[in-house]
Design a protein around this ligand. Structure first.
Ligand SMILES: O=P(O)(O)OC[C@@]1(O)O[C@H](CO)[C@@H](O)[C@@H]1O
Length: 309
């Protein structure tokens, strides 16, 4: 079983509009609602690839019930969310049909009490006992300590479960020092963590800070991976257009599935790039266009990176 942790779960709402203009009102042409927050998107992609996944994090209120109803309808995803008094947040992606650009509005999430945080940590330790790998994904809701991910990384390592981390800012900085197996920052998160703006340098620096492997997502240029087994770049064969929300979560799903299937790194990276591009071509986060995934998979260019230290 693969465990994904989404402390700040969300009801993801995707609106499509014909031309988004600030200071004006819009007619929404299409609305989609899905269970969201990064780890839930990762779980949906993993389940579509045939993996057994358990999701944990917090759930509360009417939005939390909608998220759980959405999860119940999915094959291969077990719900181990921990109930809280507050309400699960909504995150809104507005897709402009004219330009293809997406604007994201993310609510902060419910306030988590110390007792709720304690209950989560107990549940997490129990779930790790049955996990082949764990992914810690997304922002922290108010009330959860900024060092939360550092603690969750240490617990996973103590349990001997490989841990992948996908977050940013201070929670990332603290957790990297706890030596996660893998982090997947984007360019901005990497620059914020290291102060370096050149991706190769920043990725090397992130490893020196404690991450065993770093896979940096560089948008349309694909991935840069520095690992103890080797260093690679992986790029899609062409630029894809669509809704990029959740593309990073599909990278995480590709890397995690490759890890538990013990694929060689170049195959993991090819899968992650193809899934990510196929997610951009799907209308909502956490889904991917299977036809384009299969078509892209064999055409991702994975090249060894000679200059990495
Ligand atoms: O606010 P966070 O936790 O950083 O990100 C939440 C979120 O924007 O990320 C996903 C895309 O990666 C969306 O589905 C989701 O709602």
């Amino acid at each position: 079983m693969i465990l994904t942790v989404t402390l700040n779960t969300a009801l993801d709402i995707t609106y499509r509009v014909r031309g988004l203009r600030p200071h004006s009102s819009h007619r929404v042409t299409e609305v989609a609602e899905r269970p969201g927050g990064k780890g839930l998107n990762v779980a949906r992609v993993l389940a579509a690839l045939g993996h057994r996944v358990t999701v944990t994090g917090f759930t509360g209120g009417a939005t939390g019930r909608s998220v759980q109803e959405g999860l119940a309808a999915l094959r291969g995803v077990a719900d181990a969310l921990v109930p809280v008094a507050g309400s699960t947040r909504r995150t809104i992606a507005v897709v402009d049909d004219r330009t293809g650009d997406t604007t994201q509005l993310n609510e902060p999430g419910p306030a988590i009490s110390p007792a709720e945080w304690g209950a989560f940590q107990e549940a997490y330790e129990d779930l790790l006992a049955g996990a082949d790998a764990v992914a810690l994904c997304g922002s922290l809701p108010p009330g959860v300590p900024v060092g939360a991910y550092a603690g969750l990384v240490r617990t996973a390592r103590a349990a001997g479960v490989p841990v992948l981390l996908d977050t940013g800012g201070e929670p990332l900085r603290r957790a990297v020092a706890a030596r996660p197996d893998l982090i997947k920052p984007n360019s901005e998160e990497l620059a914020e963590l290291t102060g370096a703006h050149e991706p190769l340098r920043a990725t090397q620096d992130a490893r020196r800070r404690g991450a065993r492997s770093v896979v940096a997502s560089l948008g349309a240029q694909g991935l840069l991976a520095l690992t103890p087994e080797g260093h690679w770049r992986a790029a899609p064969p062409r630029r894809v257009h669509g809704n990029p929300t959740g593309a990073g979560d599909s990278v995480v799903a590709g890397l995690l599935s490759g890890l538990v299937e013990r694929l060689p790194w170049p195959d993991r990276l090819a899968r992650a790039v193809a899934l990510s591009a196929a997610t951009v071509q799907a209308p909502v986060a956490g889904e991917f266009d299977r036809g384009s995934y299969e078509e892209l998979l064999g055409r991702v260019a994975v090249t060894a990176e000679a200059s990495a230290a």
